[in-house]
Design a protein. Structure first.
Length: 153
């Protein structure tokens, strides 16, 4: 199981215990089985709806950003589209120094993104706006070399 699920599960358990809730009590409040809560807390369940994660956050009075914030995200663990995996796999895996640096920067970006959307209570329209803005900026940066070659004639 990926580290991120284990870390998130540990955080959920920590917040559940801080609220003095047993696993069955939290499960009842979430209208799910005790086994599912156990699996989530132990990092054994990586397939559940975002809606459930948001309900967990609400019950435990913790932000989604706090649960997902991690220093252990690794780009090799991300669920990327197959074409991206093929394109970057050999480049990234050949240099462990780059992997560490890229992981740090991705964590910075990811943490900032989560903090930004948390500020607006995870409003889907705001998430869409923020995401589109970030993607536009990245697209612009990606195409700077094309722009520079057209200008520097």
């Amino acid at each position: 199981m990926l580290n991120v699920y284990v870390e998130m599960g540990k955080k959920i358990r920590k917040y559940r215990k801080a609220k003095k809730l047993s696993t069955p009590e939290l499960a009842k409040r979430l209208d799910v089985s005790t086994g599912l809560v156990n699996n989530i807390e132990n990092g054994r369940n990586d397939v559940f709806k975002l809606e459930l994660l948001l309900r967990i956050c609400k019950e435990l009075n913790v932000s989604l950003g706090e649960l997902l914030q991690s220093n252990s995200f690794d780009i090799r663990d991300l669920s990327l589209q197959e074409d991206l995996i093929k394109m970057y796999k050999s480049q990234i895996q050949s240099n462990s120094t780059n992997i560490k640096y890229i992981n740090k920067k991705l964590n910075d970006i990811f943490s900032s993104y989560l903090a930004a959307i948390a500020k607006f209570d995870y409003n889907p329209e705001i998430i869409e706006y923020i995401t589109n803005h970030i993607l536009e900026e990245l697209y612009f940066i990606k195409n700077l070399d094309t722009f520079e070659s057209k200008v520097s004639v």
